[in-house]
Design a protein around this ligand. Structure first.
Ligand code: COA
Length: 170
């Protein structure tokens, strides 16, 4: 495992390859947690290629590409929410997700966020727990005729200022 993966910002030309990576990641990595119909409904959220590209472009999206191969991507929305995090199944478990999450959390901290939230898939909950995220709420998301569960998780960022206590008048 390495945390030395090269990260670069998303370019519109990446969109089609990342859409395939998104579908492969869901299809091959989440089968223990979501059945085939649920996975198909999840993959179909990227059916509209232009909307998928625009979603990545509107967020701060980082791509890991090594020797021309796309290993994964992750995006940060509103400087405080991990919107997407997907690793190519051939490279799962090799630290790509860690490299992306490390970078997105650093960017959020640099931009003044006190914490980072994510709606973690059931597959990704153990990954985020290891990173110090704490479950805040369970969600059921309607997609087509399917319901998919996920968990809103929150991580307080190191160095974020403690909430100021109201001062008593003297
Ligand atoms: C979740 C995901 C992004 C993790 O990326 P990854 O590159 O495989 O993760 P890493 O190799 O950096 O793993 C970091 C740690 O998390 C653990 N981990 C990762 N995925 C895990 C899983 N599904 N279950 C249990 N532990 C897991 C690893 O074992 C590793 O632990 P270690 O530090 O003790 O060795 C990736 O598996 C993925 O794309 N999943 C499918 C799509 C998905 O659900 N995305 C999340 C949407 S919110």
């Amino acid at each position: 495992m390495t945390d030395d993966y090269p990260l670069r910002p998303f370019l519109p030309a990446d969109a089609m390859v990342l859409r395939d990576l998104f579908a492969q990641s869901i299809d091959e990595l989440t089968g223990d947690d979501y059945d085939e119909d649920q996975r198909l409904a999840w993959v179909a959220t990227a059916e509209d290629a232009a909307a998928f590209r625009d979603r990545l472009a509107a967020a701060l999206t980082l791509v890991v590409q090594l020797d021309g191969e796309y290993l994964g991507f992750g995006s940060l929305k509103d400087n405080k929410t991990i919107d997407m995090l997907y690793v190519h199944p051939d490279f799962a478990g090799e630290g790509v997700g860690t490299a992306l999450a490390d970078a997105l959390e650093k960017i959020a901290a640099a931009r003044g966020a006190e914490g980072v939230t994510v709606d973690a898939s059931d597959t990704a909950v153990p990954f985020f727990e290891r990173r110090g995220y704490v479950a805040a709420q369970r969600n059921s998301i309607p997609l087509d005729d399917q319901w998919l569960s996920n968990t809103t998780m929150v991580k307080r960022l190191a160095g974020s200022p403690a909430k100021a206590e109201p001062q008593e008048a003297s």
